[in-house]
Design a protein around this ligand. Sequence first.
Ligand code: PGA
Length: 240
Amino acid sequence: MKENILNNYEQLCSVITDEIIEQIKYKPKSVITIAGGQTPTGVYKMLSERLISEQVDYSKITFVSLDEWVGLDINTNGSCIETLSSHLFNNLNLNEDQIVFFNGVATNLTAECNRIDNIIAKLGGIDFMVLGIGMNGHLGFNEPNIITENSSIVSLAEKTKEVMTKYFDKQIELTHGITLGYKQIMETNKIILMASGAKKSKIIEQTIKSEASYDIPSTILKKHSNCQLLIDKDAKEVEA
Ligand code: PGA
């Protein structure tokens, strides 16, 4: 996993946006996954602005969801679909079939996993993925020591439950997530793992120093042949 440290968050988002735009120009029918969460919000903003201002043809791309909280949909501020919609999808002129997203309120979640797996298979897999990293190293909702293959329902780790309040403007009890699995992540052609800020420095350090193991999901990306770790300076410094 190549590592690159950018001076600040702005530069980090700018470099990632460059790469996404390059990908779309290289392959107009690209299938792209960008994580929900706070880290990529700058990317959502820059990407939507630049796709429009640079008149990039994004009419054939498909955005595929990484994950969603079980029990939530677009009606809850802070859900993954709401975050991506309000900061990215709604700024663009996309057809309905250009957004493939987990429905966190599906009555049959196994069928929902199968639905997403089938669409990804039909699309020929994912071309480009931007991942964030959880405080425990989780990727999507692939929590430590849970080994998934394709889309799965996963119990949230205690650490995730602790930090999740930051996403919501009201208290919500959540126990599970629905997520792409390791196979779908590892079969993606190109991956960027992004992190920003001092609070991520410890898990970034652990990711860099540890061997690939499901104890720290982010380390599994070391087995991917085209994955870059892009972080800002603060995510590199160890907190006092
Ligand atoms: P964050 O989430 O970008 O909101 O820190 C990252 C994650 O939990 O994967």
